[in-house]
Write a protein of this length. Structure first.
Length: 371
């Protein structure tokens, strides 16, 4: 059954402003449900509306039987809890889009949730080994992800012009060799990107090593007449890397390095590099708000009210921990502190004092006695 041309599915895509990747996920989950019930999306909505108009109790409506039967079907296939949860979430979202009430029931999590420790993540030496077991393209990708915290989607959406902007380069591809000669430790790439998952703009950085590997990849690639609008990393020709190609290469590298699995997952995956970056920053005492900024996380309202992003302050803090994000070259870091950076440090200290004061239950009474 192909539901993509169904009117109710098309309206769902438009009203929820779904991205291409989300459309595929919704289509797959909803199509499986429609095949199981043997009804298309329009038939499901019309039937549910008719039974609501007839004021049939929920326990006697077809929608409850459909969803519960489908839930049992998914469990009988021994699918993981999170997979089942996502499938049912898509189905409920579809019904809710048309103001259809769905049955309430509790999903049972049979699995014991996995606890991820820092020892479950690839370490510095292992990433060095990984870089020695992949081609130039994935050396560039892995170094960039590990030293910037960018996720798979962000990497896939990068264009050549984003790279040029990140390194403040105004030349052409043929002249990129000049970049390979730089030894300036402060020459990190400053990326202004969008977190695809949340559509949130943010700033992060990547190492001089990643710059060098990207340049080597571009110069060694067989692409001809590259344009700045082309994807930075491609699969064939000028096509951006697909999800299967991306994850398939990480699976191959994991096997090639003999890493195996931790729990249900491969020991080495693209998301583990993002976790490596976040863990490295945290271990070396980078302030949490800085970590959140460089990961593209949403900042809580209290912190956002007191602190506004200072790219130079972020960059200085990034340079401080840069040696821990380099895998092939040793670097000597010279830390610089601008006046804005010092002021932000003072503000952070003041904010900490304010929060501690607010936690004191007796602060209001103390204030009243002074009136």
């Amino acid at each position: 059954m192909d539901i993509k041309s169904d009117r109710h599915f098309q309206d769902l895509i438009i009203s929820r402003n779904l991205r291409k990747s989300s459309i595929k996920e919704y289509a797959k989950s909803l199509n499986q449900y429609c095949v199981f019930i043997n009804k298309n999306p329009t038939e499901l909505i019309e039937e549910a509306e008719n039974q609501e108009d007839q004021q049939i109790r929920m326990k006697n409506r077809n929608i409850k039987r459909y969803i519960l039967d489908y839930y049992k079907y998914l469990k009988d296939r021994n699918l993981r809890y999170n997979t089942i949860k996502k499938q049912l979430a898509v189905i409920k979202t579809f019904y809710h889009e048309y103001d259809i009430e769905t049955p309430r029931f509790k999903l049972v999590e049979d699995e014991i949730p996995e606890t991820v420790y820092s020892t479950d993540l690839p370490g510095h030496d292992e990433i060095k080994k990984i870089l020695n077991n992949c081609n130039k393209k994935y050396q560039a990708i892995i170094s960039t992800m590990a030293s910037s915290g960018m996720g798979r989607a962000e990497i896939q959406h990068l264009k050549i012009k984003d790279f040029f902007s990140a390194i403040n380069y105004s030349g052409n591809v043929e002249e990129l060799n000049s970049i390979l000669d730089t030894k300036d430790i402060n020459h990190v790439a400053s990326w202004k990107v969008f977190r695809i998952k949340t559509n949130m703009p943010y700033v992060t950085f990547s190492s001089p090593e990643s710059i060098k590997l990207i340049v080597e990849y571009l110069l060694a690639s067989e692409r001809r007449n590259m344009k700045i609008e082309d994807p930075l990393f491609t699969s064939i020709g000028t096509r951006a890397l697909t999800n299967p190609a991306f994850e398939g290469m990480f699976t191959t590298i994991n096997r090639r390095c003999g890493f195996g699995k931790t729990g249900y997952h491969h020991y080495f995956s693209s998301h583990k590099l993002r976790k490596f970056f976040a863990t490295t920053l945290t271990i070396h005492q980078v302030p949490k708000i800085y970590v959140d900024w460089m990961l593209g996380h949403k900042i809580n309202r209290v912190d956002d009210s007191y602190f506004k992003i200072d790219i130079e302050a972020l960059k200085n803090e990034y340079i401080r921990i840069l040696p821990y994000l380099m895998f092939r070259e040793k670097v000597e870091v010279h830390r610089m502190e601008s006046e804005d950076y010092k002021e932000l440090q003072t503000l952070r200290s003041d904010m900490s004092s304010v929060k501690q004061f607010m936690k004191d239950k007796g602060w209001m009474e103390e204030y009243k006695t002074k009136l």
